[in-house]
Structures are given as structure tokens and as C-alpha cells.
Write a protein that binds this ligand. Structure first.
Ligand code: FAD
Length: 393
């Protein structure tokens, strides 16, 4: 019997590699076309909710990265202005009983590297770097992709996992560029022994203040502390020049307690990330082409779920492809239908959570009162998210 035609995936990030692996495990041959000259991830941490644990486990990825994973003991919200803890969600036995699986944090390179390794172990996945998709067309039950270097690939279908600025999305949805949030992120990784305030070393802590927050958690067996400082730029809101530059980072953090201001020393000023998302859409599939991960539903990071959603997408998409045989349009529409509302809820909830944690004045006072009333062992607000999806076989 002739081998089934290859499925093309544009983008070799966490989403693209996850879907390649999930499809291959369903018996499909896959070719991943990655724009960058190497497959890789940035050198910082990522949080993973209990919703993705069973998927990474099923894909054979979790076992590979298990030695590097850290399990924080709690998710803590602290007031950046006073430095005091406001509330916590305990991540111990009760949490695991409620959500079946643990919450964990991991270095992005350990996560991406483990998925990459699992892909490399298979001869039904081809990985090609320096292959930026520039356009595609559907022709005679095939998708023809043209890359920046002029090379062409033919596949039975195309999954656009090509991120926030996805050219695949440009052709499928055609809704222009993503929405600029006016939020700016700085990161820093430092050896744990350099951390001065050691009160929350074992937790994932978010210090929240007016137009800012700072996240801290440890990686790589606890050896290094991952620090992420975010500001909601008032310069951006006023249309002023240089929004979110290092000077505005300092100015915004000036309101914080000395122990929180101190933490800016762990943050690199060399680079910042300009945050975007998109309004949810209902048409990210066209013919034999669909989108996945940030290409389909980019979100602000405030629920720490963008990559988790891409990983969930991957297994749902692969299951629908397996169910629909060569009818890729039916498979992709079924995948999209299952993923649309859940990912839209993440996008919209993340926007709301950003407003909530960045509150000032009377809103801050109300927020702190509400947050303080939370039961650390009853995080019911997270049920819809952390209970996850029915993971397809
Ligand atoms: C500050 C910050 C913190 C975050 N924290 C978390 C967290 O704790 N937990 C979580 O789950 N998520 C988090 N996220 C979100 C998460 O990083 C993203 O949602 C996730 O990386 C998306 O994966 P992706 O594969 O869809 O896209 P990407 O990671 O963007 O990968 C896209 C890939 O496509 C390639 N590409 C681009 N254009 C082309 C082209 N034309 N042709 C071929 N390839 C192309 C790119 O080089 C890249 O390799 C965070 C995001 C930010 C900004």
C-alpha cells in the first residue's frame, strides 16, 4: 500500500513540534518547516498547568524532561507595594487530588528540547530549518508551500504553527497584525544563591502593583531563579515615545516596597518583549490548512497558558485527523470547533487577569480584599482550565 502523503507543519516551536509528534504517533508522516536557522527556544522558564501534564506524558515527552522539572509548593500573589503576601494556592496533595496532575515549571529549552528529541527519534518526522514559509496554495487535493529560499514542498495538508506573526494566518484569516497590548516584559535568570529575599524560594510568586507585576520561580532543580518583570506602559497609553523602555521599567517599579524594587537587579535590560494578543476568531481553518498555537489564538501570558493551549491543540488536531482519514477539511473544522471556545476563554480571561493584577487606587483595595478571601485549598476558579480536556488516545 502506498504511504499516506506527508502533512506539512510551518513552525517548529512548542506547538509545531507537539503537533508533528502527535500526528506521527497517529501514523502520519510529517515535515516541519522552521524559519530560524536552528530549532530552539529562548533561555527562560515556562509554567505548565496540570492540564498539560497528561498530554506531555502520553506523548512520551514528560519522562525526558522530568529530571529538570520543578514543582513549586504554592502559587502566591503578593502586593508589590507592601511586599506582603495576599493569597496563595497550595499545590500539594489537595491540588493534585483535585486536578489529578501536578503544576510544574521548566526551562523552555528543556521542554522544547524534549519534544524535539522525541521528534528526532522518529523517522516519520522530517525537521528542516531555514525554511520560512512565504506562501502556499491549494492545488488538486494538495497544499504547495513556497519558502523564503525558493524551495517548494507539497503536502496533503498544512498546519500553520508559525506563531504570533504567522503568514499562514495572514492567508487563512486575513485579520492583519496582532493587537499591541502596551505591556512590556523584561526577563532575567540568576543563580539562586544570588537571591537576597529568600522568603518564597520554593513557590511561584507574583508581586502585583499598579501597572506592573513581577514573577519569580526556580528552574533546573532549583539552581536558578527565573524572574519576569512586566509593566503596563503609561507612555504607550499617552502615545509618548519609547514606551516600555528600561527607564519606564524603573519608574513604574519606584512605587514598590524596597524588597520588590531590589528584585529588578535580577532582570536583564538588554531585551524586552512587546506583548500582543488577538481577538478570538472562528475561522482559522480554510480547506486543507489550519492554524495552531499562537498563530490561531495568541494570548497575553497572564494565565501562563499560551504554550499549554498549543500542546492541547496538538493532540486534538491529531485525533481529528486520525478520525477523518484524508478529509482534512472535516478534520480541521472538527479540531477548530473543539478548540475555539476554550482558547477564546484563555485569551479573554488573561486580558481580564492583567487588568486585575495591575489595578491601582480603589480597584487595588477591592482586589486585595477579594483575593485575601480565597481558600488556598479550594481554587475553584481554575477548575475550567486545570481540569483540562479529555485527552484523546
Ligand atoms: C513573557 C511570556 C511568558 C509566557 N509564559 C508562559 C507560561 O508560563 N506558560 C505557557 O503555557 N505559555 C506562556 N507563554 C506563551 C507561550 O510562550 C506561547 O504561547 C508559545 O510559545 C506559543 O508556541 P507556538 O509554537 O504556537 O509559537 P512560537 O513559540 O512563536 O513558535 C513559532 C515558530 O514558528 C517559526 N516561524 C515563524 N514564522 C515562520 C514562517 N514563516 N515559516 C516557518 N516557521 C516560522 C518561529 O521561528 C518559531 O519557531 C508566555 C509568553 C510570554 C510572552
Amino acid at each position: 500500500m502506498a504511504a499516506k502523503p506527508e502533512i506539512l507543519v510551518a513552525g517548529g516551536g512548542i506547538g509545531g513540534l507537539s503537533v508533528a509528534l502527535a500526528l506521527a504517533r497517529k501514523g502520519r508522516r510529517v515535515r516541519v518547516l522552521e524559519k530560524a536557522s536552528e530549532f530552539g527556544e529562548i533561555g527562560y522558564g515556562i509554567q505548565m498547568g496540570p492540564n498539560v501534564y497528561p498530554i506531555l506524558d502520553r506523548l512520551g515527552v514528560f519522562a525526558k524532561m522530568a529530571p529538570h522539572v520543578v514543582y513549586p509548593d504554592a502559587l502566591i500573589l503578593a502586593d508589590a507595594i507592601t511586599g506582603d503576601e495576599l493569597s496563595r494556592i497550595n499545590l500539594g496533595a489537595k491540588f493534585r487530588a483535585r486536578f489529578t496532575h501536578p503544576y510544574f515549571v521548566v526551562h523552555r529549552r528543556d521542554l522544547h528540547g524534549s519534544i524535539l528529541e522525541a521528534c528526532r527519534e522518529r523517522d516519520d518526522i522530517a525537521l528542516e530549518a531555514s525554511k520560512g514559509l512565504v506562501r502556499f496554495e491549494e492545488r488538486d487535493n494538495r497544499v504547495l508551500v513556497t519558502c523564503e529560499d525558493g524551495s517548494e514542498y507539497e503536502g496533503a495538508a498544512l498546519v500553520g504553527a508559525d506563531g504570533l506573526w504567522s503568514p499562514t494566518r495572514g492567508a487563512v484569516v486575513g485579520d492583519g497584525g496582532p493587537r499591541l497590548a502596551g505591556h512590556y516584559v523584561y526577563r532575567g535568570l540568576v543563580p539562586t544563591e544570588e537571591i537576597i529575599d529568600r522568603s518564597h524560594l520554593d513557590s511561584m510568586t507574583i508581586y502585583i502593583g499598579h501597572n506592573l507585576h513581577l514573577v519569580q520561580y526556580r528552574l533546573r532543580g532549583g539552581a536558578v531563579m527565573n524572574n519576569v518583570a512586566t509593566i503596563e506602559s503609561t507612555r504607550f497609553k499617552r502615545g509618548e515615545p519609547n514606551p516600555g523602555d528600561p527607564a519606564e521599567l524603573e519608574e513604574t517599579f519606584a512605587q514598590c516596597a524596597p524588597r520588590v524594587r531590589e528584585m529588578l537587579r535580577y532582570i536583564s535590560r538588554e531585551r524586552n518583549w512587546v506583548l500582543h494578543d488577538r481577538d478570538p476568531v472562528t475561522n482559522w481553518t480554510k480547506g486543507r490548512v489550519t492554524l495552531l498555537g499562537d498563530a490561531a489564538h495568541p494570548t497575553l501570558q497572564y494565565l501562563a497558558q499560551g504554550a499549554c493551549m498549543a500542546i492541547e491543540d496538538a493532540v486534538v488536531l491529531a485525533a481529528e485527523v486520525a478520525r477523518h482519514g484524508e478529509d482534512f477539511n472535516a478534520a480541521f473544522l472538527a479540531y477548530q470547533a473543539q478548540r475555539m471556545n476554550r482558547t477564546a476563554r484563555v485569551v479573554l480571561s488573561a486580558r481580564f487577569f492583567g487588568t486585575y493584577i495591575h489595578a491601582g487606587g480603589g480597584a487595588r483595595s477591592l482586589r486585595n480584599e477579594l483575593v485575601a478571601k480565597r481558600d488556598p485549598d479550594d481554587p475553584w476558579e481554575a477548575d475550567w482550565l486545570y481540569r483540562g480536556i479529555a485527552v484523546p488516545d
